[in-house]
Design a protein around this ligand. Structure first.
Ligand code: SF4
Ligand code: SF4
Length: 325
């Protein structure tokens, strides 16, 4: 794949109407964006991409992903993605959010979701195979298998840990790196600077989520002339990292399991969407489906020993319970 360094992340477009989405995607094409990433889990995101991008199919790359972990289920997801995206071939299909080493082993075992990727590629329904996740161990292991063409993970001026081992390993193995959460879920305000940081530190393509024409214009302009951050800009970014460092959940899952049944990283994801994105209904719907919510944290402190980033998890749960539910 030879893609524009600025790609299009397909989460926020869920909040736009189909007509607005048409205009936003048209602007992305006009500005030279050629990589579009969606997911089965992003409600109507695939459909909006399929409708708006059908006329440009030959000159762009489309990626999607699904959470299914068995071959038959993933095969069915691929069929749905093909229909939604109005195409005969999806360029990149990814195993979405593989969260632990046992889960990676499960998808790679006979009958696991990876088998469906291989079959779909043999049938010409997809072209390249990828994996996405938040755990450095899992992404590193996935690179090490030699069975994935790309890996997608959150890298930004707050979540810099990936520079230590994962990015160099991907480079060495020739595996493409796709940067999700380039603005750390809304925590970073200097968008152009963050994108320059990520792209000049080894990421092949960044996929900021976009739901407005102005965002497309701002993000796409970064790809025209890539300049590494200056010393003064790095100081600014380090200050952002310090500001958020101890209250920013990386969704690595090291704190799990919670003895009281809370899905800690998912709850913090919901809180992030509620407070930093304008996807409040989405967040509240996800929260309503959970049995254990922020207020169910018993402050037992078990998770505190396990979070490598020193997050004050019970305090954060308490704060979120006041903000959200
Ligand atoms: S402090 Fe709260 S979130 Fe952490 S393990 Fe205990 S109950 Fe779970
Ligand atoms: S709370 Fe800490 S350990 Fe748990 S997912 Fe977030 S960053 Fe990882």
């Amino acid at each position: 794949m030879n893609v524009s360094v600025i790609g299009f992340g397909g989460i926020p477009i869920q909040g736009a109407s189909f007509e607005e989405a048409d205009r936003i995607f048209a602007k992305a094409l006009e500005k030279g964006i050629t990589f579009f990433d969606s997911a089965r889990a992003y409600t109507d995101s695939e459909e909006k991409m399929g409708r708006a991008l059908a006329g440009a199919r030959e000159r762009i790359y489309i990626a999607s992903k699904a959470l299914s972990r068995t071959a038959p289920k993933l095969a069915a997801e691929i069929e749905t993605s093909l229909r939604n995206l109005r195409t005969d071939t999806i360029d990149l299909y990814q195993l979405h959010s593989v969260g632990s080493t046992p889960e990676l082993e499960r998808v790679l075992a006979p009958g696991g979701a990876y088998d469906a990727l291989v079959e779909a590629r043999a049938a010409g329904k997809i072209r390249w195979l990828g994996l996405t996740g938040h755990s450095r161990e899992v992404i590193l292991a996935a690179i090490g298998t030699g069975r994935f063409d790309t890996v997608q993970f959150p890298f930004n001026p707050i979540e810099t840990e990936w520079e230590e081992t994962v990015i160099p390993a991907a480079k060495k193995a020739g595996v493409g790196t796709i940067c999700m959460k380039p603005f750390a879920g809304g925590a970073i305000r200097s968008h152009a600077l963050a994108l320059r940081y990520e792209l000049t530190r080894g990421m092949d393509v960044v996929i900021p989520g976009m739901d407005a024409i102005a965002q497309v214009e701002e993000n796409a302009s970064v790809g025209k002339r890539l300049i590494p951050p200056s010393e003064a800009e790095l100081v600014e970014l380090r200050a952002v990292k310090v500001q958020w460092g101890e209250k920013f959940c990386r969704r690595c899952g090291y704190c799990m399991p919670c003895p009281n049944g809370l899905n800690i990283p998912f709850l913090f994801l919901i809180d992030g969407y509620y407070t930093r994105y304008e996807l409040r209904d989405w967040a509240l719907a996800r929260l309503a489906a959970l049995e254990k919510k922020f207020a169910d944290c018993a402050a037992c402190g078990e998770c505190l020993k396990k979070c490598p980033y020193g997050l004050a998890i019970p305090d954060m749960m308490k704060d979120a319970s006041k903000r959200v539910i």
